[in-house]
Design a protein around this ligand. Structure first.
Ligand code: SF4
Length: 605
């Protein structure tokens, strides 16, 4: 098949036995790859109701037909599992060079189950899988692990590793890969902790298979046509990276601050992309074959953190460790991000959990003795210390390591009211109150509080009515189909949105035709997105998710934004309920949010 390696590798790390399953054309046409393959495989392999740390849970790495082609942003892969944070389906995508190298092994998906008796790393080549001992790597940071494995396997081998947080089963542990031009992190949902529970320290890939294109000329024509919009649309990303968003979103009154008690941050300028570029920028970095180079390396040149050289904190990280914690010390954001990358933790969950802890201290639900140190808004040194303690579950870090929701449940009957999370996933920096499309989007997202299910990008555009609930269920449905298709192809969100369109549109159908030869209409491609969303929902319904779970944080539903340009906005329960009715009707789900049999049949499920 053009565009595919055509094989799925299943590895049981308990026995070390692996087997290969072919990718059928029917599977490729109905699910594309990446996200689509991952959810299908998880539904088939993972028994209902098992704990995320049960050996029967699986971690699936998957690439798509676009991976390792010439499409900008093609070096992208998806990793998925049952999340230890949400207990539900979870997928996370990442870049760097690993995804392209994985495609060159000829395996479109790698399914890892079981539990090894000893720490191991998994070596994947075109010939299959091999387990190698990793006892000496246990306890090392992600960067140390990548370097150590490459020093024996060679630098052509790409390594995705977990850090101490994954080993200690931190429920939001992240995994990462380093390559000289760009690192990649699959941050959210704690999938690295699932690898840790299996005692898999790393997955390595090496191969040389080329992705065959169905129509190279058609692909070239598409890329030529889209080059100019892509380069124009990504200019701010190329210059500043995602931190360019800090200023405009604060100006909109939608930058969550002080655990969402405000949505403007008085010191936003100090932590903006413009300011940080001026002080810290040292070089640009980019994923394999991407002309955008949205990655930046920073160097702190003064103050207490002088000499620190590290990756730029992304916009989400600036929100989580900056405005949400009332912290305007820009250098500390780079250090916090670096610590999370090295130790292997999701920055959004870490920061939002600390913001909850700050408010809990203020309200008297936590004491200084509980935390083991004083901690308050703007205390960046305390923040850095608590990050390190969390990764190794030391002291109060052991409680932070379970995320904000579980911590709140252990403190006070009303404490979950001030947790900024949906389905126990802490939320990112695109306001659930100031963007009505995000209100319904977050409530219905398979992952919970994720901005990669329903997209905020179209809602920031001039002329978009972000304040009215009208049409927002329709918007969320379309946007979710787009992200499902995008993550199944798999393409970087930044290049796809800015180069090829914000929804499933004609350029994507042409892309699929050129790479795989599948002659799909836009409607058929949209239906792939719908199929993937329904599979995700079926996974979650199997775990007990119903309408009662499609809710927003209490604060979002009951406390209007108190100040700034979005003052007064929130999403009351009646409004959410009205949007949910419409959303379920559009999806062909019943009133409790369960997919109806006729709709599933229509989708071939
Ligand atoms: S836009 Fe940024 S994240 Fe996306 S592929 Fe290019 S460098 Fe990587």
């Amino acid at each position: 098949m053009r565009g595919y390696g055509g094989r799925i590798l299943h590895v049981d790390v308990t026995s070390g036995v692996s087997r290969v399953e072919p990718v059928t054309e029917a599977m490729a046409q109905s699910l594309l790859g990446g996200n689509g393959f991952a959810v299908r495989l998880l539904l088939d392999v993972v028994p209902a109701g098992v704990d995320a740390y049960d050996p029967a849970n699986a971690v699936v790495f998957a690439v798509g037909p676009i991976t390792d082609t010439t499409v900008p942003g093609n070096s992208r892969a998806c990793v998925a599992s049952k999340s230890p944070l949400t207990g539900l389906f979870f997928d996370s995508t990442f870049g760097g060079r690993f995804p392209a190298t994985m495609k060159r092994t000829g395996f479109d998906a790698i399914v890892i189950t079981g539990c090894s008796s000893q720490p191991v790393y998994l070596r994947i080549t075109e010939d299959g899988a091999e387990l190698r001992p990793a006892r000496s790597l246990w306890g090392q940071t992600i960067r140390e692990t990548v370097q150590a494995i490459q020093s024996t396997e060679g630098t052509d081998v790409d390594v995705m590793a977990i850090g101490p947080a994954g080993e200690h089963l931190v429920r939001f542990a992240a995994m990462g890969t380093y390559w000289k031009n760009r690192e990649g992190f699959a941050g959210r949902g704690g999938i690295a902790a699932v690898l840790g529970s299996k005692r898999v320290k790393a997955v390595t890939v090496a191969g040389s298979r080329k992705t065959q294109l169905a129509d190279a000329a058609l692909l070239k024509a598409l890329l030529d046509e889209r080059r100019e919009p892509l380069m124009t649309g990504t200019k701010a990303l190329s210059t500043y990276g995602t931190p360019f968003l800090v200023k405009p979103i604060n100006t909109l009154g939608a930058l969550g601050s002080y655990n969402l008690r405000q949505e403007t941050f008085a010191d936003a300028l100090a932590i903006s992309g413009e300011e940080m570029r001026a002080h810290y920028h040292s070089r640009d970095t980019t994923c394999l074959k991407c002309p955008v180079a949205c990655g930046k390396q920073y160097e702190i040149r003064d103050g207490e953190l002088e000499g620190l050289q590290a990756k730029m904190p992304e916009y989400e990280t600036i929100f989580a460790f900056g405005s949400m914690l009332g912290n305007a010390h820009a250098g500390s954001l780079t250090r916090a991000n670096d610590l999370c990358d090295l130790l292997g933790m999701d920055t959004i969950t870490m920061g939002v959990t600390l913001a909850f802890a700050c408010e809990a201290l203020e309200r008297g639900w936590l004491s200084e003795q509980d935390v083991g140190m004083p901690f308050a808004w703007g205390d960046w040194k305390g923040m850095l210390r608590l990050i390190e303690m969390t990764a190794r579950r030391e002291g109060f870090g052991n409680r932070l390591a379970d995320g904000a929701w579980r911590l709140a449940e252990s403190l006070h009957p009303e404490a979950t009211r001030v947790v900024y999370a949906v389905k126990r996933l802490e939320m990112p920096a695109h306001s659930a109150r100031a963007l009505k499309g995000m209100s319904i989007g977050y409530a219905t997202a398979s992952r919970g509080g994720s901005h990669h299910d329903t997209r905020p990008t179209p809602q920031y555009a001039q002329g978009y009515d972000r304040k009215s609930p009208d049409g927002k269920p329709e918007f969320a449905v379309r946007s979710q189909h787009f992200t499902a298709v995008d993550d199944s192809l798999v393409v970087c969100r930044f290049t796809s949105e800015r180069g090829f369109g914000l929804y499933v549109e004609e350029p994507y159908a042409r892309m699929v035709r050129a790479v795989s030869g599948f002659d799909m209409s836009v409607e058929e491609l949209e239906q792939v997105g719908e199929r993937v969303i329904n599979l995700e929902r079926l996974f979650n319904v199997r775990e007990g998710v119903r309408r009662k779970d499609d809710v927003l944080p209490w604060r979002v539903m009951h406390e209007p934004i108190p100040e700034g340009p979005s003052a007064g906005m929130h999403c009351p329960p009646e409004e959410l309920s009205m949007m949910l009715d419409r959303y379920y009707a559009l999806r062909g789900w019943d009133g409790d949010g369960v997919p109806r049999a006729d709709r599933l049949r229509h989708l071939g499920l």
